[in-house]
Design a protein around this ligand. Structure first.
Ligand SMILES: [Zn+2]
Ligand SMILES: [Zn+2]
Length: 418
């Protein structure tokens, strides 16, 4: 049976609170900032590991099929071109766009592969009541980090947008990997929602006891581990390690404001070439034209694809801009120790974490179009340098959001209330 730790600390506002009972359905939320503290599992705790293991094995098979077969095939003027995921990475690499090739590889192949093989390595022995495998906590830590970079749902949206755009210039035939990728996306979402992480930590680090609050000395600093959410004591004098997963823990993310500001400045600088330089270069009958992000959206809007234009506008223009604005607002208000609406500012922080990855849609669309439309003498599409700058903006804003510690918003409030 899963034992829910009765005392927990909110990861978004740092408030220590007791979970008196788990509701029959739904989740327990923080009473101060509404962050989800515990979720009731859909699957019975006794069957959670076995159920997740079955999902992981199926997802691995789907991942292999998705990488062996093409995603879509384009037929035009007697030419047939098929694009595989790895083919897109190879195309970018051979066109000297190593950064974009690496980014596409990480978000669509590398991250899901590490996530699934890591879970298989841990769950297989645990399911058969064997000892947890060597380095299980470290590997589970890696799985949790890499999960933020797995973007199959964004890739699926990118493929759908590409299919609509391509169907205006050629016959588009969906291939087997398109369907297996859609299934893989659903399986990975099910794994993330059904895996009882608290129980898995108990299985791979079984001898760890929860902190006994009543035995703590006055003034002891507590924090929850950023990796496994275990409540630990921290010493300001020296580095502490989480007793459950062994990662270095800090009372607050170290240098959060400085790191977030530096990443945000770098993202804002690259935001300019990302919007001014072409993300896609089309050569048709000897004439070469570059398309910036806004050109692409305007073209779709005027050619009758309004829903598609709206999707691309939100993902490529609205989301990166709003992320830069929100993160700047959070940094400025924390720097000036503002008391202004801490709960709403925490909501804004969670929004930036959630929406950031969706800007990758444009990169996926440009890469797929370029990998598929390579008909020499008729039409050739290439990925423009603007896409490299845009990819860097997406990565930098995601890293900036990860570097920001939302508990700093509430630390100011606590000092005021003291
Ligand atoms: Zn909270
Ligand atoms: Zn930990």
């Amino acid at each position: 049976m899963t034992q829910y730790i009765p005392v927990t600390m909110c990861h978004d506002c740092g408030l220590l609170q007791q979970i008196s009972h788990m509701p029959e359905d739904g989740a327990v939320q923080c009473c101060r900032c509404d962050a989800t503290l515990r979720k009731r599992q859909r699957v019975e705790p006794a069957k959670s590991i076995e159920h997740t293991l079955a999902l992981v094995i199926t997802a691995l098979v789907l991942l292999i099929i998705s990488n062996v077969y093409p995603i879509i095939q384009v037929e035009t003027e007697g030419h047939e071109i098929a694009a595989t995921l790895f083919g897109c990475v190879k195309y970018l690499f051979s066109n000297e766009m190593e950064f974009l090739a690496g980014l596409i590889f990480l978000t669509t192949i590398g991250a899901p592969l590490i996530q699934l093989t890591g879970l298989l390595y841990i769950l297989l022995p645990v399911n058969f009541n064997r000892m947890p495998p060597y380095y299980a906590p470290q590997i589970y830590h890696l799985v949790r980090i890499i999960t933020s970079w797995s973007m199959l749902e964004v890739l699926m949206l990118g493929i759908l947008v590409s299919v609509v755009k391509l169907s205006a210039m050629a016959t588009v035939v969906p291939s087997i990997a398109l369907w297996t990728l859609a299934l893989l996306m659903i399986f990975i979402a099910a794994i993330l929602s059904d895996l009882d992480t608290e129980m898995l930590w108990e299985k791979i680090s079984p001898r760890i006891r929860a902190v006994e609050l009543e035995k703590l000395k006055r003034g002891t600093q507590l924090t929850n581990c950023h990796n496994c959410h275990f409540l630990c004591t921290v010493s300001p004098a020296h580095e502490s390690c989480c007793p459950r997963c062994n990662v270095t823990i800090h009372f607050r993310k170290p240098d959060s404001l400085n790191r977030c500001t530096a990443l945000l400045i770098a993202a804002s600088v690259l935001y300019i070439p990302a919007n001014l330089l072409p993300v896609m270069v089309v050569t048709s009958f000897g004439k070469t034209e570059g398309d910036t992000i806004i050109n692409g959206v305007m073209y779709l809007a005027t050619s009758g694809d309004l829903p598609l234009a709206i999707i691309l506008f939100i993902a490529s223009i609205f989301v990166p801009t709003i992320k830069l604005i929100i993160l700047s607002l959070l940094l400025i208000t924390v720097h000036f120790k503002s008391e202004w609406r801490p709960r709403e500012r925490t909501y804004l922080y969670r929004l930036t974490e959630f929406i950031g990855r969706w800007s990758m849609v444009d990169i996926f669309v440009d890469t797929l179009m370029a990998a598929l439309i390579q008909i020499q003498g008729l039409m050739v599409i290439e990925v423009g340098v603007g896409a490299v700058a845009f990819g860097a903006v997406v990565v930098l804003t995601m890293l900036a959001a990860m570097a920001f510690d939302p508990r700093l918003i509430w630390d100011n409030m606590e000092k005021i209330n003291e």
